[in-house]
Design a binder for this molecule. Structure first.
Ligand SMILES: Nc1nc2c(ncn2[C@@H]2O[C@H](COP(=O)(O)OP(=O)(O)OP(=O)(O)O)[C@@H](O)[C@H]2O)c(=O)[nH]1
Ligand SMILES: [Mg+2]
Length: 316
């Protein structure tokens, strides 16, 4: 999973990236975010390792994209903002520690900047489509035109595309155009300031203080918030060679899980052997789980539950 931290200069994105990754985060290019890998702690994975004793352990991984901020009012550069299209979740970071900043205000102007960016992008897309139609390189598509119109009207009301109520096809189409306000977006306030007022934006919000001692419990709570707000479940593969935790969108199927492990495994999918961590933890082995009937065979369409331990049977 990729998370992009964006916010005004000095809001503490780099300090937070350092806090969350435990690594020094360095920036080399003002138009490109620094990327740092975070391996998440996972107590269920620790327990699986105890039982399976694998050669290799792979915890869930998150990539943090630490964007270079700009002073408020200066405007972000499109060269930098296109990188937001790479991330799964946008984390808007607001300064909640200095006297000069009001997080709620900073967040509304940040959101507006992203909305204006999308309006500009949409205008570019529309102009290009128009030219292509005139040059007979593209056929007019009333459905797509209607979706573009709805998207534009919504953005012009200063609302982000993620809250636009359209059909899944229209949503997919709009997302395919490279519009950043269609992305899942959360808020992180850096500092002591209470987060009151920010909830008006309707965005899930969390607070961490990069300037204070932070204990492991606070960091774990932050990641639980992120996974929950981003709608992610964790599933496991408990191999003797490699026991691993994977992040997967809630609602995804066994076939989706297989695809995340390897495209070949998804292609040759036969069945998934599934047992939930709760049962495996209690019973302590595959054999005991089979005997109790809690290790079951599921098909491609099985909706993966949080904590499922999955073994995909496939034909290579
Ligand atoms: N007191 C206090 N200072 C902080 C906190 N977070 C960051 N700072 C300080 O604020 C300054 C800027 O922090 P950075 O993490 O570099 O800010 P940034 O958001 O990465 O800034 P840009 O990369 O310019 O966009 C540094 O001097 C930090 O030490 C905080 O929570 N409390
Ligand atoms: Mg920085």
């Amino acid at each position: 999973m990729k998370i992009g931290l964006i916010g005004y200069s000095g809001s503490g994105k780099t300090a937070l990236s350092t806090l969350l990754s435990g690594k020094k985060v360095e920036s080399f290019d003002p138009f490109q975010p620094s990327v740092v890998t975070v391996k998440l702690k996972d107590s269920r994975l620790d327990r699986l390792v105890e039982i399976v004793k694998p050669k290799k352990i792979t915890p869930p991984e998150v990539l943090l994209f630490d964007f270079k901020g700009v002073p408020k009012g200066a405007g972000f550069d499109e060269k930098e903002l296109v990188w937001l299209l790479e991330v799964d979740v946008i984390l808007l970071v607001a300064d909640g520690f200095s006297e000069v900043s009001t997080p709620a205000d900073d967040l509304s102007s940040l959101q507006l900047e992203l909305i204006f960016r999308d309006i500009e992008r949409l205008s570019g897309v529309e102009a290009k489509r128009q030219t292509e139609i005139e040059q007979h390189r593209r056929k007019a598509n009333p459905q797509e035109d209607a979706a573009l119109e709805k998207g534009r009207a919504w953005l012009e009301k200063e609302k982000p595309l993620r809250s636009l109520d359209v059909s899944p096809e229209e949503k997919r189409f709009l997302v395919s155009l490279g519009l950043v306000t269609a992305k899942n977006t959360l808020v992180l306030v850096n500092g002591k300031t209470e987060t009151a007022g920010i909830s008006d934006s309707g965005l899930p919000c969390w607070r961490l203080d990069a300037g204070a001692e932070t204990n492991a419990g606070e960091i774990s709570a932050f990641w639980r918030f992120i996974l929950e707000a981003a709608g992610l479940n964790t599933f496991y593969t408990a191999g003797e060679k490699d026991t691993r935790a994977w992040l997967l969108a809630a609602g995804a199927t066994a076939l989706g899980a297989a695809g995340q492990i390897h495209s070949d495994i998804a292609r040759g999918f036969i069945r998934a052997e599934v047992v939930n961590f709760k049962d495996y933890d209690r019973l302590g082995s595959d054999a005991a789980c089979r005997k109790e009937g809690v290790l079951r065979l599921e098909g491609k369409e099985y909706p993966v539950a949080d904590g499922d331990i999955i073994n995909i049977r496939f034909s290579p």
